[in-house]
Design a protein around this ligand. Structure first.
Ligand code: SAM
Ligand code: SF4
Length: 353
């Protein structure tokens, strides 16, 4: 296994040829242009999903978490470097206090084509309208089961009725797009995929099925629960007459359509249909760590730059650090669900989904 890089953001910058594209855009060593930032605004969450977190989580001290002003500076720097799509994620982004403040400012930035959100839906019943008014264009809402007891088992603490009310509120709020996300979990929800598609079809919204990724030690062997697109797609094709599309929503999902419905069925398949060659995104954690790849440990901490009073808090240093990170974007992940210890020890809730 190769050793991951941890770059010193204050070290001298690499030459332009290794740090970005000609127009100041972000281009990595493999020629992939980065236009999409996924920003985790908190590692905290009101759920404890079994595939995402350990049962007993210790969350970060607040002083280590970026302020919302710092989050905005990070987004502004990425936008100055050609990023035009921003996803707020977590943890659960809607439990972050004053998150609407950040949404309104990010969505108003010239250069931001799309501000989108990933949420577990627990707060949407009361927040969906305000989130839409703050400029969020599309939302992804995670829901792995439509059965209250099972939903509770998977999330450990979640209340399905709140999420269902949240989905209704999101539909009423008039987002340009709503997509449900369901992780395919053998032995937990593998008899519900058709029901989940029916649920999406009834609301005229999209749904994506995700292959479970080995991120963090959740106390179970991922190979026992992980299901792949190749197992599930034929089932859904037989039932719904799914037809492949070349549609690309700018993320990792690939889509299928069905006759007589506007619902698209997507798959996010890092194991069975690797999408790393076309990766266009990087992630920043709530602590300001820039991870060019979800599935590797290479990272560059931005907090020292953001809080460097001696450096005058200049955004020149921030821009330089972000450009520098292109030099450590790895070619792809090395996920292997059969290994008892995950290669990446960070939980998904820390890096941001
Ligand atoms: N709390 C929000 C939510 O659940 O939508 C946003 C953060 S969550 C980490 C983002 C997405 O990552 C969710 O759709 C979740 O199901 C997915 N996810 C979490 N852990 C995962 C894992 N180990 N493998 C695959 N998907 C995972
Ligand atoms: Fe929380 Fe989302 Fe992780 Fe579930 S998947 S524990 S809702 S961050």
């Amino acid at each position: 296994m190769r050793a991951p890089s941890k770059l010193d953001p204050k070290a001298s910058l690499p030459s332009a040829s290794t740090a970005g594209g000609p127009g100041g855009d972000l281009v990595d060593h493999y020629g992939r242009r980065i236009r999409y930032l996924r920003l985790s605004v908190t590692d905290r969450c009101d759920f404890r999903c079994t595939y995402c977190m350990a049962e007993d989580m210790t969350f970060l001290p607040r002083g280590q978490v970026m302020s919302l002003e710092e989050c905005l500076r990070v987004v502004q720097a990425f936008v100055a470097l050609g990023v035009d799509k921003v996803r707020l994620t977590g943890g659960e982004p809607l439990v972050r206090r004053d998150i609407l403040w950040l949404m309104a400012r990010v969505s108003a930035l010239p250069g931001v084509r799309e501000l989108v959100l990933t949420t577990n839906g627990s707060q949407l019943a009361s927040m969906a309208q305000a989130v839409r008014e703050a400029g969020v264009r599309r939302v992804n809402i995670s829901i792995d089961s439509l059965r209250p007891d099972r939903f509770r088992e998977i999330t450990r603490v979640g209340d399905l009725s709140k999420v269902l009310a949240g989905i209704d509120a999101a539909v009423a709020a008039g987002f340009a797009g709503i997509k449900l996300n369901a992780v395919m979990l053998r032995g937990f929800n593998d008899d519900e995929f058709e029901d989940l598609v029916d649920f999406a079809v009834a609301r005229g919204i999209d749904i994506s099925f995700i292959e479970e990724m080995p991120l963090g030690d959740t106390g179970h062997l991922r190979a026992d629960t992980c299901m792949t697109q190749d197992e599930v797609l034929p089932r859904l094709q037989a039932r719904f007459g799914l037809v492949a599309t070349g549609e690309d929503s700018g993320g990792p999902a690939r889509y299928w359509r069905m006759p007589g419905s506007q619902t698209r069925v997507g798959f996010i398949s890092p194991h069975s249909h690797n999408f790393c060659d076309s990766c266009n995104r990087v992630r920043v954690t709530a602590t300001g760590d820039l991870y060019p790849c979800l599935g590797q440990d290479d990272m560059l901490p931005l907090l020292p730059v953001l809080r460097d009073a001696a450096g005058g808090h200049t955004d020149t240093a921030l821009l330089g650090a972000i450009r520098q990170s292109m030099g450590i974007k790895p070619h792809g992940h090395d996920f292997d669900v059969r290994k008892p210890a995950p290669a990446v020890v960070r939980f998904m809730s820390l890096t941001g989904g």
